[in-house]
Design a protein around this ligand. Structure first.
Ligand SMILES: NC(=O)c1ccc[n+]([C@@H]2O[C@H](COP(=O)([O-])OP(=O)(O)OC[C@H]3O[C@@H](n4cnc5c(N)ncnc54)[C@H](O)[C@@H]3O)[C@@H](O)[C@H]2O)c1
Length: 348
C-alpha cells in the first residue's frame, strides 16, 4: 500500500521536483499540499487533486492519522516549527537540506525526533545518483588519496531578494545553501576532516544589499597516523561567472576528475578513461531512486527515533567553517558538534 504524503512548502523545489516525482512513484500517494500562501495552495491542490492546507497544525488535529509522511521544503528558519508540528502528530519527515540552521538547532531536532520516535531523512540527491556513486568507485582505484580540490559555483544575478538574502532567515549564504551538497560529498567520499579553515566574502554584488556570504573558500585537512594525510580546498560561490561543479582527487596511483558532465581518470601506468553524464540515468530517474530509498527506510523503521550520523557530521563541518571564518583560525569539526552525544540532546 502506498504511503500517504503531505507536501509542505509549495515553492520552487517541491513544485518543480518533488511533486511531479511523487506523482510518478507508486510507493507514495499525495493526499495534501500545504503552504502559508492560500493562492499557491489553491492552485497546486487542484492540479494534484488533493486536499489544500494553510494551517498545518489545525489540519493535522483532525487528519493527522491519515498522513504517513511529509515532504518539507521551506525557508531554512521555518523547518523547526514545521518539524515540531509534524513530529507531535507522529508523522515521519523528509526534509530538504540543510539539516538545521546551526548546531543548537541540530541538537533540538535530534531530541525531537528521539522524543516522538519519528523518522527524519534529508534529500541529498547526489548520494542516489549513479554518476556520483561511480566517481566514488574511481576514487577507490587511484591509490591512497593525498589531495582534493572541489568547487561548486553559480552565477545568481539577484542576491538581495527573498529569504536567502538574510542570515536570520537562511542561517548563512553560499556555504549552508548550495555548499551543503559539497560538504555532504566530501563527508561521503572522505569522512569528516580533522580541521577546517574558512574565509568568507560578501558584498560582491555592490549595488545589492544582503548580509550572507556570497563566497566561501575552505581549506581542510584529514589527520591520519599523526600527520595531515589528505589536504584540500573547497570553493563555494554565488557570484561566479558561470555554473560549475568540479572535484579533483589525487592519489598515489593517479587522479580522478569530475567536471560538470564528465568524469576522467588518469592512472600513473598511462591508462586513462572518460565517461559522460549521458551514460547515466536522468535527474528524474535519480529522484525516483531517492524516493524508493525513502520508501524502503520508512517501511523498515530503521531510522525511527534516530538521526543518520552523516547529518550531524555535515552540521559539524558547516558550523566549524562559520566559526573559523569568524575567529580567523582553524577549527576541528568534531570539537564543535559531538556526533556521539548529540542524539541524546547535549552539544559539546
Ligand atoms: N536539494 C536541492 O538541490 C535544493 C534546491 C533548491 C532548494 N533546496 C532547498 O529547498 C528548500 C526550499 O527552497 P525553495 O527554493 O523551494 O524556496 P522557495 O522560497 O521557492 O519556497 C518556499 C515555500 O515555502 C513556503 N513556506 C514558508 N514558510 C512555510 C511554512 N511554515 N509552512 C508551509 N509553507 C511555508 C513559502 O510560502 C514558499 O512557497 C530550502 O531548504 C532549500 O535549501 C534544495
Amino acid at each position: 500500500m502506498a504511503l500517504k504524503a503531505i507536501v509542505v512548502g509549495l515553492g520552487k523545489q517541491n513544485v518543480q521536483d518533488y511533486l511531479p516525482a511523487l506523482q510518478a512513484n507508486d510507493k507514495f500517494e499525495i493526499v495534501a499540499v500545504c503552504d502559508l500562501e492560500p493562492a499557491k495552495v489553491e492552485e497546486v491542490s487542484q492540479r494534484y487533486d488533493c486536499k489544500g492546507v494553510v494551517e498545518l497544525d489545525r489540519f493535522l488535529v483532525g487528519n493527522g492519522r491519515e498522513i504517513d509522511v511529509a515532504f518539507v521544503a521551506v525557508p531554512h528558519n521555518q523547518y523547526k516549527s514545521v518539524i515540531w508540528t509534524l513530529a507531535k502528530h507522529g508523522i515521519d519527515i523528509i526534509k530538504e537540506k540543510p539539516f538545521a540552521m546551526c548546531k543548537a538547532e541540530a541538537a533540538q531536532i535530534a531530541q525531537e525526533v528521539y522524543r516522538n520516535n519519528v523518522t527524519l531523512m534529508m534529500t541529498l540527491q547526489r548520494r542516489h545518483d549513479p554518476f556520483f556513486q561511480t566517481f566514488g568507485e574511481y576514487i577507490g582505484s587511484i591509490g591512497d588519496i593525498h589531495n582534493v580540490s572541489a568547487q561548486y559555483v553559480m552565477n545568481i544575478p539577484q542576491l538581495d531578494e527573498g529569504w536567502r538574502s538574510q542570515k536570520s532567515l537562511a542561517g548563512g549564504g553560499a556555504l549552508i545553501d548550495l555548499g551543503y551538497h559539497y560538504v555532504d560529498l566530501l563527508i561521503w567520499y572522505f569522512g569528516i576532516p580533522s580541521r577546517v579553515f574558512c574565509n568568507m566574502s560578501s558584498g560582491n554584488r555592490p549595488k545589492q544589499r544582503y548580509d550572507v556570504e556570497d563566497t566561501a573558500a575552505i581549506q581542510f585537512a584529514y589527520k591520519r597516523n599523526g600527520r595531515d594525510s589528505v589536504i584540500g580546498q573547497l570553493l563555494l560561490s554565488r557570484v561566479h561567472w558561470n555554473k560549475r561543479e568540479h572535484l579533483r582527487v589525487i592519489g598515489t596511483k593517479g587522479g580522478a576528475v569530475l567536471d560538470n558532465e564528465k568524469i576522467t581518470v588518469d592512472y600513473d601506468n598511462g591508462e586513462s578513461l572518460e565517461i559522460s553524464r549521458e551514460d547515466f540515468p536522468s535527474q528524474s530517474e535519480v529522484l525516483q531512486r531517492q524516493l524508493n530509498y525513502f520508501g524502503s527506510k520508512l517501511l523498515s523503521g530503521e531510522f525511527a527515533g534516530k538521526i543518520d550520523p552523516h547529518f550531524l557530521e555535515q552540521m559539524a563541518f558547516v558550523e566549524a567553517a562559520y566559526q573559523s571564518a569568524t575567529d580567523s583560525c582553524p577549527i576541528g569539526p568534531s570539537s564543535v558538534l559531538s556526533v556521539a552525544t548529540v542524539n541524546y540532546g547535549s552539544v559539546v
